[in-house]
Design a protein around this ligand. Structure first.
Ligand code: URA
Length: 445
């Protein structure tokens, strides 16, 4: 039997070699059982960051990380088949609410969506923060998670130590060694956790723009292709759409402001145009992948019917209650969702059409007043954020503020308002709205 050594695996990658599946499995096993040190993980990450991985290496890496812990077996509770599908987004500002709308909506059509998600970090938010802001348990016992998926059709929780534990160690080291932005490392990290959830299909928006990890559409396409390669290697069908996050998604940012937007969307309230497009398009892909609709047009009609008859809103309420949140949240949101004490409109310094909204700058302005975090262990202020966000193509002026800013006090409001004003660029001429979804790429499965 061949004996491997961590330093030889690192050396090979450092010298631009191609690692075998056995070398990768050895290294990931050592990360999991603690026999490989943080220093060695850091060196490995940097070698991958600088020299990349071939498609087969990335696949072997993601699958080894998937197998570093449990893989959920839905058969054990009598669930099987194409309806077990997850949806993922590679991040954006205000984009995390998409999952909270989409999961109950597709569940109301017969999908089972086990979503193991993450907290927000830096300028991007995370679904888990939104769940926590409603009082849900984000680390319930696995029986509760599985039963909720089986009975309600969806559950959104945080990472568990049992699924893909190698990723948790690698991610921690990436965060402190400037090796986060690597396509093979991002691919391995995301795909290992998604595949460990035992899914039979995956729909993903891989995003680009100032609000996303990948700033250009070319980088987003490369990341999407890398993840599709892993899905193909794992035999799991996957569809990706390249999503524009060069402005804020929807009308709200921050945890509780977004929960109100989710409830409004599901109960027939206002739906921001780009948000509605992304939800309906990705949800339709899920229904077709799950063999519940023959084509995207039929799927969209089914989704519209579930929104209109209230069943999607009801699923959302049931998911929240099953995970420990209030049982009457949809019917009585004001009884449960705190509002920040200082809410005022922020007006632009001039008048004109919005030519650009720097989503990252919006995220950073809100982070500076507590609605985000710069370290994974920081807590966030769920009531802080904004609503009524202006979009590219809208006309800003005395009648139309940039947004309503929700802050703890006047000093915090002033700080974030300055950041919001700086994030918006105005033009004299009319500006067209930005398309939200671009290329669609899919596995050949
Ligand atoms: N989300 C993850 O889980 N991992 C990454 O590397 C990036 C985003």
């Amino acid at each position: 039997m061949t004996r491997f050594f961590p330093q030889e695996v690192i050396r090979k990658k450092r010298d631009r070699g191609t690692l075998s599946p056995e070398e990768i499995a050895f290294f990931v096993k050592g990360i999991t059982d603690g026999s490989i040190s943080e220093g060695q993980i850091g060196a490995f990450n940097m070698a991958v960051y600088l020299n990349g991985m071939e498609r087969d290496e990335t696949t072997a890496f993601a699958l080894a990380m998937r197998d570093s812990g449990d893989v959920i077996d839905w058969n054990s509770i009598g669930l099987s088949g194409p309806t077990i599908i997850d949806k993922h987004s590679s991040g954006g500002v205000g984009d995390e609410k998409v999952s909270l709308i989409l999961a109950p909506l597709v569940a109301a059509c017969g999908i089972h969506m086990p979503m193991i998600s993450a907290r927000g970090l830096g300028h991007t938010g995370g679904e888990v923060d939104l769940m926590e802001s409603m009082g849900c348990h984000i680390g319930p016992p696995s029986e509760v998670f599985m039963k909720t998926v089986a009975d309600v059709g969806c559950a959104i929780i945080g990472p568990t130590g049992r699924l893909a534990p190698a990723d948790a160690r690698i991610y921690y080291v990436r965060d402190v060694t400037a090796t986060v932005e690597s396509i093979p490392l991002i691919t391995g990290s995301i795909m290992s956790k998604k595949l460990a959830a035992g899914i039979n299909g995956l729909v993903m928006s891989v995003n680009f723009g100032s609000g996303a990890f990948m700033t250009t559409i070319e980088d987003a396409r490369a990341l999407a292709q890398s993840m599709l390669g892993v899905a193909e290697g794992a035999g799991v069908p996957m569809v990706t759409h390249l999503g524009d996050m060069d402005e804020v998604m929807g009308d709200a940012v921050g945890s509780l402001p977004q929960i109100r937007e989710v409830i409004a969307f599901l109960t027939g309230g206002p739906r921001e145009a780009r948000l509605e497009i992304i939800v309906m398009e990705l949800a339709a892909e899920v229904l077709v992948m799950g063999d519940l609709a023959p084509d995207l047009g039929t799927a969209k009609s089914m989704l519209a019917a579930r929104l209109a008859d209230g069943s999607a809103a009801q699923r959302f309420g049931r998911m929240v209650a099953a995970l420990g949140g209030p049982v009457d949240l949809v019917g009585a949101p004001d009884a449960h969702l705190e509002r920040a004490p200082y809410i005022r409109p922020v007006f632009a310094l001039g008048e004109g059409s919005v030519a650009r909204v720097d989503a990252r700058a919006v995220g950073m302005a809100l982070l500076s007043i507590g609605s985000g975090r710069t370290r994974p262990d920081q807590s966030i202020d769920h009531a802080v954020g904004l609503t009524g966000m202006i979009h590219v193509g809208d006309v800003a002026g005395p009648e139309r503020p940039i947004a309503m800013l929700h802050a703890r006090d006047e000093a915090a409001w002033d700080r974030a308002a300055a950041g919001l004003r700086a994030a918006v660029t105005l033009a004299d001429a009319a500006v067209p709205a930005r398309a939200v979804l671009h290329d669609r790429l899919a596995t050949a499965l």
